[in-house]
Design a protein around this ligand. Structure first.
Ligand code: FAD
Ligand code: SF4
Length: 507
């Protein structure tokens, strides 16, 4: 009986898990299952990086001497049936996918095909499930507070820690130094775009012909091989990292990438291990004076803090997190999320960027797309599905906590208040408002920015659930004065008008 590594499309790393431990001439299974791609309109680039990534990985493994069984099938069940027809005595071994109940699902599929499957630890994260569970059971702090988790991860890994066990620089978190808006003279650093070969090009064309996709079908800017992803990491650390820190939260028109890492899609596919990124960043920080601490710590916080935190939140809060909706938001996602057809400049530009590349950066996701949806009262699961379909780095384990909880305050497991704002925040952190049809300073009236009336209406509508939250106290004192002066009535009228406009595609 042979133990054969079964490599999923999001585990495309040659040096982790069962693959790393298998002899280099051993048999390896990849199943390219197509049915999921027919279930919804995914961004073309998202499907391309998964399928081309798998095909490239197949070829790399073959070059290294592995005997790769690459099965194209409609479903995993079909692929497994084909496999066990050929090799009835094999046992498959697979790294656990972070998706909810994935191990059980794959185990029963393999069993139905008459085979055996061993699901083992996923080594594409920095930490393990076991370490988190032991710590979270033992700690007297709330393990589902990000800052608590992050400090524990820093201590465990020693990243950006002094020999005395203190955080480098004296503070754990330089978030307050991640919120500048760049001067007009600032040019964002160059973006490295990989050159794609014939195989990727053919895969891209096949996807466009085979599936009903969304977004651009050309100009793929994302890596599909490990070599491309490693170059992208090196390029980020060499050129983009210094300005990541100060401008992490800023948004500019015609500047889709700012100084972000652009590594999420590669890390989530397994082309890069997050630890490779963390060590490269830490080393560069120690070696190069031009990298400020707010840059190095800022990315490390995302990688060993937020990314790992989301994985644990997801596995502890599922399945209820997927449908969590503590604010009882029941409105449908406006059609303009798909068409980009809106007069609101911030949303139009952000959605346009997502159509072009399957990407927008964190603050565009949080404070434009999710903020608007929360204010509008969109059902969280609908926004989650939209993100899942449209982003190159989107998988349910990472979208669900980011969208349902962080973006829409669906559950309350770790968010202590909703991330909502009026035009004020968007104007402070972007240049969108200056060429918008709407007036950022007005709450009511024909040209008033929709975010403003919606913001006050949101607070008023959710008063029962939010007023007692001490972090919202100041905002409710403004709500009180708007209620007393009668301004709230005009605001409510304005919201009704906005909803009508939206129904007519005129928002
Ligand atoms: P940078 O901002 O440069 O950050 C560096 C890396 O840190 C990222 O590549 C990523 O691996 C990691 N990271 C940063 N923040 C997070 C986070 N909150 N959760 C998990 N990892 C993080 N991230 C996804 O990977 N997939 C998603 O589908 C996704 N959907 C999101 C939806 C919403 C509403 C919000 C608010 C955030 C979402 N995020 C998601 C988190 C984050 O916005 C992206 O990881 C990041 O924008 C990816 O771009 P980048 O590589 O340029 O990252
Ligand atoms: Fe967005 Fe309002 Fe600013 Fe227009 S004015 S860009 S809608 S925040």
């Amino acid at each position: 009986e042979r133990r054969v590594p079964w490599i999923l499309g999001t585990h495309l790393h040659p040096a982790v898990g069962p693959l790393e431990r298998a002899p280099t001439d051993s048999r390896v299974l990849l199943i390219e299952a197509h049915d999921f791609a027919r279930r919804k309109r995914y961004h073309h680039h998202k499907l391309t990086i998964v399928f081309a990534g798998m095909r490239q990985f197949r070829d790399t493994l073959r070059e290294r001497g592995y005997e790769v069984e690459y099965i194209k099938a409609e479903t995993f069940a079909d692929g497994l049936a084909t496999y066990f027809d050929r090799y009835p005595d094999d046992e498959l071994v697979q790294m656990r996918s972070p998706s909810h109940r994935s191990a059980e699902t794959f185990e029963s599929l393999v069993e139905d095909a008459g085979g055996a499957l061993d699901v083992v630890q996923n080594e594409l994260f920095v930490g393990t499930r076991k370490a988190f569970d032991e710590w979270s059971n033992a700690t007297d702090k709330d393990p589902f507070r990000h800052e608590t988790f992050y400090r524990w991860m820093r201590q465990q890994t020693g990243v950006l820690m002094t020999d005395d066990g203190e955080p480098v620089g004296g503070e754990w978190n330089y978030d307050s130094e991640n919120q500048d808006f760049p001067p007009e003279s600032w040019d964002s650093p160059p973006v490295l775009e990989p050159e794609h070969d014939e195989l990727t090009q053919q895969t891209s064309e096949w996807i466009a012909a085979e599936f009903d996709t969304w977004g651009s079908t050309t100009d793929l800017v994302w890596p599909v091989t490990r070599a491309q992803a490693k170059r992208k990491l090196d390029h980020f650390v060499a050129n983009r990292l210094p300005s990541f820190g100060p401008y992490q939260d800023a948004m500019r028109s015609d500047d889709w990438a700012m100084a972000h890492a652009l590594l999420g899609s590669s890390i989530n596919l397994g082309l890069l291990h997050p630890w490779e990124a963390v060590t490269a960043i830490e080393q560069a920080y120690h070696e190069r004076d031009e990298i400020p601490l707010n840059s190095a710590e800022g990315v490390v916080r995302q990688l060993i803090g937020w990314r790992e935190f989301m994985r644990h939140v997801y596995r502890h809060e599922m399945p209820q997190l997927a449908t969590a909706n503590q604010l009882d938001a029941g409105t449908d996602l406006p059609a303009f999320y798909w068409t980009g057809n809106t007069n609101m400049s911030c949303l139009r530009q952000t959605i346009g960027a997502v159509r072009d590349r399957g990407y927008a950066h964190h603050i565009q996701r949080l404070m434009v797309l999710a903020n608007f949806a929360t204010l509008w009262g969109v059902q969280p699961a609908q926004l989650n599905e939209w993100f899942h379909a449209t982003y190159v780095d989107a998988y349910h384990w990472v979208t669900t906590p980011n969208v349902v909880e962080m973006g829409q305050y669906g559950d309350g497991v770790f968010a202590s208040k909703p991330y909502v704002s009026s035009a004020n925040y968007i104007d402070k952190m972007s240049d969108y408002c200056s060429d918008c049809r709407y007036d950022k300073t007005k709450d009511t009236g024909n040209r008033a920015c929709p975010f403003n009336a919606l913001y006050w209406d949101f607070l008023d509508r959710n008063e029962d659930k939010l007023r007692s939250n001490h972090r919202m106290g100041l905002m409710y004192s403004h709500v009180d004065s708007k209620q007393e002066s009668g301004a709230m009535t005009e605001i409510k009228d304005r919201v009704e008008t906005l909803r009508q406009k939206q129904r007519h595609g005129e928002l």
